[in-house]
Write a protein that binds this ligand. Structure first.
Ligand code: NAD
Length: 329
């Protein structure tokens, strides 16, 4: 189905009167909330991180608190009452989760299950009961597992290679199962984000670690031989796709959100060198379990269903992230 309108024009967010964003104190959730707030949407932003105890959450929320239409809520979605939070929302953006592949192997797996799966069950149960029109879930390219480097399509058989990736695939299926129940008015769109980067990126992520190392703030350790390929998606592009997923005339489904091109980790180091004029001193360590050799999105479905296409090239997005890092000291 080709769209005749352009839902990625952020003015379409005006059609969203009131929404809930979970994970609003996180990296992507804070960018998404800000874009919605700028478009005039009332955003109920839920996160369990308390800005007074968590400097990263405080920095992310600082982008939002000056908006009169922002309603912050510090709550844990595994236990809090959800009906009062979701009531009267046009859409729920469920981004809250524990991200990161490597720690998911360890004893924290229980918390991955709670944050990444049980919250989905609770939100879908409440959203369907309250007849919320749409839930947009943050899923992940990691559900595809190892590929030969060719573009991953939504119809490919998922083969997750880490407990984190399994939790995201379970979350997708849970959303879609709720949405498929007879008589359900709620649609669910699961977005498979491919490595999102940009200002305020999580400190454990590659581009943040590379850029802070070039600024001389940290040492850099690279997992593997540097030839792993990643489809890097600029956060503003991911946000436009996410808003489009809440308003586009599309039935419940899964959609890739990526740049549709891939770069190696060595490319990232070279771009950082080019932007700063400084080489990046990197220590190599063994490849980590669950890290896949390549990710690359086929973004045909995002284009056809959401009318979306990525706009920011890696060098430009890294430049914006670098400038933000310099400004924030
Ligand atoms: P983030 O850690 O910055 O944000 C996630 C937020 O969710 C955090 O602020 C955390 O406190 C909150 N949260 C977790 N469990 C919660 C709970 N039980 N109750 C309330 N709040 C809770 O992560 P991010 O990078 O912004 O990722 C956002 C979403 O996108 C996640 O679902 C992640 O799995 C997914 N994703 C991210 C990427 C990426 O490249 N950043 C790629 C693929 C998928």
């Amino acid at each position: 189905m080709q769209l005749t309108h352009d839902p990625t024009d952020l003015s379409t967010a005006h059609r969203l009167r009131r929404v809930v964003v979970t994970g609003a104190a996180g990296f992507i959730g804070s960018h998404l909330s800000r874009a919605l707030l700028e478009a005039g949407t009332t955003v109920v932003g839920v996160d369990r991180r308390h800005p007074q105890r968590d400097p990263l959450a405080a920095a992310n929320l600082a982008e939002l608190t000056s908006f009169p239409n922002f309603v912050p809520l510090t709550a844990d979605l595994t236990t809090c009452a959800l009906d009062p939070v979701l009531l009267d929302a046009d859409a729920v953006f469920h981004l809250a989760a524990i991200p990161g592949v490597r720690p998911s192997w360890g004893p924290k797996f229980d918390s991955y299950v709670a944050a990444n799966i049980q919250t989905v069950q609770r939100i879908m149960t409440a959203a369907t009961r309250l007849h919320i029109r749409r839930v947009v879930l943050a899923s992940s390219s990691s559900v595809y597992g190892a590929t030969d480097g060719s573009p991953s399509r939504e119809t490919d058989r998922p083969a997750p290679l880490s407990p984190y990736a399994v939790s995201k695939l379970a979350a997708e299926h849970l959303c879609l199962a709720h949405a498929a129940r007879p008589g359900t008015a709620t649609e669910a769109i699961a977005l498979r984000y491919f490595t999102v980067y940009g200002p305020r990126q999580r400190p454990d992520m590659l581009i943040h670690r590379v850029l802070t190392a070039t600024l001389g703030q940290t040492s850099l350790s690279i997992f593997g031989n540097g030839l792993q390929q990643r489809d890097f998606t600029y956060v503003d592009d991911a946000v436009r796709a996410t808003i489009a997923a809440a308003v586009a005339p599309v039935a419940s489904t899964v959609i890739n959100v990526g740049a549709g091109s891939s770069n190696t980790i060595t490319d990232v180091l070279n771009i950082a060198h080019q932007l700063t004029g400084r080489p990046v001193p990197a220590l190599r360590s063994a490849a980590a379990a669950g890290d896949v050799p390549a990710t690359l999105a086929d973004i045909t479905q995002a284009r056809d269903l959401l009318g979306w296409k990525p706009e920011v090239a890696l060098i430009d997005g890294m430049d914006r992230q670098l400038r933000h890092l310099k400004e924030s000291g």
